[in-house]
Design a protein around this ligand. Sequence first.
Ligand SMILES: Cc1cc2nc3c(=O)[nH]c(=O)nc-3n(C[C@H](O)[C@H](O)[C@H](O)COP(=O)(O)OP(=O)(O)OC[C@H]3O[C@@H](n4cnc5c(N)ncnc54)[C@H](O)[C@@H]3O)c2cc1C
Length: 563
Amino acid sequence: MWTRGISMEESREQLEFDVLFVGGGPANLAGAIHLMNMAQKAGREIEVCLVEKAESIGSHSLSGAILDPLALKELMPDYLDKGCPIEERQCRDEFYYLTPGGKFKVPYTPRYMHNDGCHIISLSKYCLWLGEQAEELGVMVFPGFAGSEVLYDEDGKRIIGIRTGDKGIDKDGNKRPNFEPGVDLMAKVTVFGEGSKGSLIREVGKKLGIFDGKMPQVFETAIKEVIEIPESNSFPSPDTTVLHTFGHPLGLGTKGGGFLYKMKDNRVALGFVVGLEYEDPFLEPYQAFLSFKKHPLIAGIIQGGKVLQQGAKTLPAGGFYTMPKLAVDGAVFVGDSASTLNIQRLKGVHTAMKSGMLAAETIMTALEKEDFTSQTLDQYQQKVADSWIHKELYAARNFGQALSKKGFGKFITIGAQYISGGRGFVDPMPIHADSATLTELSNLSANPPESPDTQDLDGKLYLDKLTGLYLSGTSHEENQPCHLVIPNPDLCMTECYDKYRSPCTRFCPAQVYELEQDDNGSKRLKLNPSNCLHCKTCEIKDPYNNIIWTCPEGGGGPKYSIV
Ligand SMILES: Cc1cc2nc3c(=O)[nH]c(=O)nc-3n(C[C@H](O)[C@H](O)[C@H](O)COP(=O)(O)OP(=O)(O)OC[C@H]3O[C@@H](n4cnc5c(N)ncnc54)[C@H](O)[C@@H]3O)c2cc1C
């Protein structure tokens, strides 16, 4: 019997650790560092492993990013002396509402939008640095290994580790000459920090029900670039380092907005975020990003510039009411995987790090007691409830829902929440799954556009998707099983095309999905899985929940270094 190319009789290597961290983002890196620090203080030797699917730590990390250093100061008070890579020490904000050709500066910035005391960073550089700190403390860091399966004890109730994906399987499921079977990484505690829409935590959810009774997980998708601009270009006010916008091109009916942050060496971080609960099947986040870039306010700042790197990623926007159960027998869940992002502040690095650190403290207790059941690991849930993570997320518990309201009603709802500590008129406000919100063509009031607007792309500052992909560095072994599983391919042309005109060809920012037509005029969906940026928008937004994102061979994917 064969499973994904390896016979059941063939033995896999098994490695045992005290603690296994799955994912090398800020949540797990902070957790691993904190755990090693505590173990050293206690004079205890522990075996800690961290696996990351990217080729190197940080190369799948993409964010804004404005770092609130709250958790970092707790973790490493001397972070500046330790060479933490910071692009800009000070944040001075401006907040604009954009019309198609104009702008209004918002005179009053709500307290949660203030970024005093925060730093501007590149998340990929920051994670690389955190990874080095973790390694110096003795964490065994293995990039290039994707967790492909969760391992359970015989009863199927306790998590005992993960299996990493086999390498060297061809697209038909046969072994290539370079075949390497995945390894079973066994641990007393496994920490899942897979970020937004984790593929292993999804499976844990199905088996152990950690999302049961919670509101649906919802997301936003963002396209981001780092652009080098001429030295003479400047922000509207010389002191400004952070610019946030809402309005154009989405208006007030669809959630989303833009950001522009100052970086070192005449570079800026430019990004546009779209809430994935949007209704228009013809909306294309990548086109919205280009329209935002072309707005006079933004175009003026970046003119004459050159895009150095581009990428895309989703972020979890549901917050407090969507957080899963945080611990089960043998495992805990941290960071974006556990919906710890504060959408009101568009910040999740500090809360992700703090959740990793609180998990580490609980694991330390579990190691001392030699008890890795949920009885001890549940203390992590309590620690989160007693921490500033809870305070922040509880105050923002209805914010995403209020932002989803259409027109000016959203401002009244947000205002009511602002003065009532997050309660507002209705608490909790409902959340609707992103896959359920598209309007069918037959109910659309406007005619669909004939063809996408190419928006005068110049290949240097304004890029098409494929040029952007080139600048993301994404690459995958071509001869491997498709990591995008479509359980019912017939639905694509029999239902989805007729009702929504194949929205995957638009919501994917990486041109993974394309419509092809043969000589007889029959259409079919063609997949380019090697374009994938691992943003997982497709699994989230597909109206039939007919796309399942699984990890491709470890080491594949984007090669971010400055975003
Ligand atoms: C466009 C954008 C702008 C943002 N702006 C800000 C901001 O300004 N400030 C802020 O604080 N936050 C911001 N955020 C949010 C912030 O980036 C996240 O909250 C934070 O990175 C979450 O950290 P994490 O460790 O939980 O997950 P991630 O940073 O996503 O890290 C998870 C890691 O796990 C790896 N992984 C996933 N699955 C597996 C697997 N099965 N096996 C092995 N490895 C795996 C991934 O490759 C990834 O490296 C922004 C996010 C986006 C997308």
